[in-house]
Ligand binder design. Sequence first.
Ligand SMILES: *Cc1c(COP(=O)(O)O)cnc(C)c1O
Length: 309
Amino acid sequence: MFDVSKSLLQTLQLKKLNTQNIELFVKRDDLIDEYVSGNKWRKLKYNVEQAKTLKKSGILTFGGAYSNHLVATAAACQKSGLRAIGIVRGDELNAHSNSILRQCADFGMALQFVSRLDYAARNEKSYHEELNVQFPNYLIVPEGGANYYGMIGCQEILKETANDFDYVVVAQGTTTTSIGLALALPEKTTLIVVPVLKAFDALAEMKTLLGYTGFELSMIEDVLSKVHVLSEYHFGGYGKYTDELLDFMEQVYTETKLPLDPIYSGKALFALQDWAVKNAIHDKRILFIHTGGIQGGKTIEKKEGRQYS
Ligand SMILES: *Cc1c(COP(=O)(O)O)cnc(C)c1O
C-alpha cells in the first residue's frame, strides 16, 4: 500500500514570486492517497511495518475530534490487515459526531472516547500500561504519529526530489514531518517551518522530540541550525483562519489549480509567499511540501476566526 508514485514534483507559478525570479516547486504528497493525508501516510509507513514485524494485532493511537491522523491510521490499518483503536479526546463525542469520526468507524477503527483529563495522560507510561492491559498486543503510536518511525518515514520525502533547493518549506503541527525533512536536508538548504499553533516554540518542540529519540545534543543543535521558523502565520491558532487566508487559497486555486487546506498547507504557502515578498527573496529555488489535509471533502465557510469543522 505504501506507494509514492502519485506524489509528483510540480512547478508552481505564483505571480508575486515570478517577479522575484523564484523558481517554486511543490511536492504533491497530498496526492498519495484519498484518505491518508500525505504526511500522515509518511509517518505511518514504518509504524505499520513495525506492527507487522512484531506480529501485533494492530495499532492504537490518539487524536482530537478532527484528527487527520486518526482517519489515516484507520485507513492504513484496514489496508494492511491490522486492527486499529483510536483514543479520542472528548467523552461527549461519539462515532457519529462528525465526518472524520464516522470515517474512522467506517474503516473499522474501534473508538474510545475519553475525558480531556484522561486524554492529557496520552504520553504517560502508566496510561500506556493500562491500555496494554485493556488492549493487549497493540503497537501504541503517539498522537500525530510523532515518533521515531514517523520521522524516518518523512525523511524519504526529500529522497524523491532533486538536491539543489535553497529552501524547503513545510507546515508544522507535532514537528515530526519537519524533523524528518531536517534530517534529510542537503548541506546548502535551509528548512523553513510554519507552525499552525499559536505561541508554539517550534525549535524547542523539535529539540524535545529529537531528544526522545536518543539523538545527541550536538547533533540536535546541528540539525536545528538549518531550520528557520516563520511563527506569525498561525492565523489565530489551530483550526482558525481568516477571510484573507481563504481568499489566498482561492486565488492559488484559480491561478494554478493547486488545492490547499486552511489548517496546514494553506497557512504554509501563504507564509512562504508573504515572507519571500517582504524579505525581497530573489533568484532562489524553493520546494514547498504539500502535506495534504484536503481529503474527505470537508467544507469551509468564510467568517473571521471560525472553527474549522
Ligand atoms: C498533521 C498535518 C501536518 C502536521 O505535521 P506534523 O508532522 O505533525 O508537524 C501538516 N500538514 C497536514 C496536512 C497535516 O494533516
